[in-house]
Design a protein around this ligand. Structure first.
Ligand SMILES: [Fe+2]
Length: 227
């Protein structure tokens, strides 16, 4: 039988190279941030965005990597056939995550943003991939039919492209994962016994010229403050 796979969620994976010296310097700076703003939770990874460190790319040390990531984000837009030349793109937030032990990050999305990414600055083997979780699954012909317990009871024979609800992408060091900010995602527990460091960010898009457009965000340069 022929099938047509419709209405995709497109997660991009690419690679960015940094020198080992730059990697070391950035990792050291992130570790210092973590030490000066320690996370209280044992199981949850240190995430700079919740620890007063949500504008990482405004620091000169991260200017170069921010530019490399920007190029990949524009490639992602082109993959979606969106003409990035008509858009202004802004890092609205950018932060590091620092994962030790078996820490993870629970399922969430970035509802205030358009495009999000994770770049793996330090990523030992088995230190935990990123998991995407589908919602409003088109093929879910009755609620929760593709949940784990249905496999355990042999109602569902196997996971495949037609019924998958969650996918883990375990990309190597230097990989960047780019995705729509509204996509639900989590990180898997770090099983490596080593530290994993990622750089994450949220990107807002707005039209350079909103003339004739109704639904996209007009450029904030034309906004008027209420007071
Ligand atoms: Fe996230």
């Amino acid at each position: 039988m022929q099938t047509h796979q419709l209405f995709p969620l497109t997660i991009a994976q690419d690679s960015i190279s940094v020198s080992e010296q730059d990697r070391k310097v950035m990792a050291h700076a992130i570790n210092e941030m973590r030490k000066s703003n320690p996370q209280q939770s044992k199981n949850h990874a240190w995430t700079g965005d919740t620890q007063g460190q949500e504008f990482l790319f405004s620091q000169p040390l991260f200017t170069s990597i921010a530019a490399k990531i920007a190029a990949k984000v524009k490639d992602y837009l082109e993959t979606l056939s969106i003409n990035s030349q008509q858009l202004d793109l802004y890092y609205q937030r950018s932060w590091a995550t620092f994962t030790q032990g078996e820490q993870n990050i629970a399922l969430h999305n970035h509802a205030q943003s358009n495009i999000s990414f994770a770049y793996y600055l330090v990523k030992p083997q088995n230190s935990g991939g990123i998991m995407f979780s589908g919602k409003d699954l088109q093929n879910e012909i009755t609620k929760d039919i593709f949940n784990r317990d249905k496999y355990e009871r042999s109602l569902i024979r196997e996971t495949n492209a037609h019924n998958v609800k969650q996918v883990i992408i375990d990309a190597p060091q230097d990989a960047i994962i780019i995705f729509p900010s509204k996509a639900s995602h989590a990180t898997m527990p770090n099983k490596s016994g080593k530290t994993r460091i990622s750089l994450s960010g949220d990107i807002s898009i707005m039209l350079k010229d909103s003339n004739g457009f109704e639904h996209l965000m007009p450029n904030f340069k034309h906004w008027t403050a209420l007071d």
